[in-house]
Design a protein around this ligand. Sequence first.
Ligand code: ZN
Length: 510
Amino acid sequence: MSASRTSSLSLERLRRDGEAFMQEISREYYLAHSGQKANAELQPIYAKHAAILGDDALALTLEAFRGAAEGSEEQRAARLLLDWQAESQSGRQLAALDERQIAWEGSAVVNVEDGRQIQFETVSIEIGNSTDADDRHRIERARAKLVEEGLAPLRREHFQRERDITEQLGLAANYNATFELLSGVSLAGLKAECEQFLKDTEALWNETLPVFAKSVLGMRAADLTRADALALFRAREFDAYFPPTEMESSIRRQVRDMGVDPLAAGRITLDTGDREGKRSRAFCSPVRVPDEVYLVLRPHGGQTDWHTFLHELGHALHFAYMRPDLAFEYRWLGDNSITEGYAMLFDHLMKDAGWLKRYTQLGAKHLQPFLRSAGFEELHFLRRYAAKLIYEIELYGGEVRWDSLPDLYVDVLTKATSFRYDRADAFIDVDPRYYAVRYLRAWQLQALINETLVERYDVDWWRNPRTGPWVCSALFGEGQRELAHEQAQRVAGKPLSFAPLVRAVERMLG
Ligand SMILES: [Zn+2]
């Protein structure tokens, strides 16, 4: 039985059945995270597709990867398939644990000491919208207590087991070397860039933060916690210029102006209303690529929603405009810095003076203060992600004991952002499988794509009807066949770096 199953397994079958598996798992996550199902039933899906997720499938992709010529198209494809198989090994073995996490997140309730009860999934919205520092800190204490007891142990177990499972595959010396082999990204190289970036922007950060802390929250920088960061970046003072009722229609109009159908002839479905059980963190679910793509957003209010909607729309357009004849691995797998790059290309329109003037109600008077605020926020998020990467390299690296990681987490994140972080989040505030790497490279990539679009289609490329067809064919259409640094070279003729991001932040804060 085992022999015949092995011989019937081929890369072709892996691609065909793999696509069916990805569609089912993606639909299950979509239904659970959008609040349409209380629980995700992942284990039956893994069981049904066991034949393409086991040791045989892993061995097949490893053989294809090792047998392919360096730099060949076969090697490019095989690396993505091997990466997917390695990830599926953890996914399959951790499915029960992940189901428990999803159920916990969907039902947990924060009990504030004043008697209030807040759904865990809306607690960050509640904190961000609170105008009273004592109130924010009260909710935050209750949230930290809840996650320390319930969610943190689940997440810690997830990362411990994921590291063990990955290292037992024997693909490379340890977890970090395995990631580098399968992603084609140097962790040491990116870490060095992050450390340099933190150093280069430290003085600018230290002089900017106190000004905003005082003017927006009336607080001293020394008293700020991460709960205050939520309120600070929620930037309520600009709400009036970003009305919820205008969000979808304004942004859809802009996408049409650049020559793209924002719903991709019905392939994209927008789900932007409130619903109990919907995750507070917005997401895009490609259930069938390119034919069935969902954009799910739970409204928080104000400019935050506009920013998030643009980000998720960038993802949705990317998936919906991929060429349907691309191989499975280039539509479903690959370097997520690419899709995050398009998402960020769109959310960075919120930092474009011409775009803001045309599609929001800011007007000339509020434009400069808004751009300064946006520059401040950009600098914060870049510093936060640089610090996250430095911490996560230690989390996966195995040199620091698991019990010592929470102190390291607080130390690294607090130092980079000046907001006091909580030990409770050391295993929660982690983007699994080095997603921070994808974000950091996406940030660098979007700056180069934007430069290229300005060169080709002018400063208002976002309303030039010639832009869309090029973006759809030269960028979206390619799926995720290229790695981010390869695309940067092809499209912009430049390497990825933080330099254009630092220049943009200095311009906005200037
Ligand atoms: Zn994204």
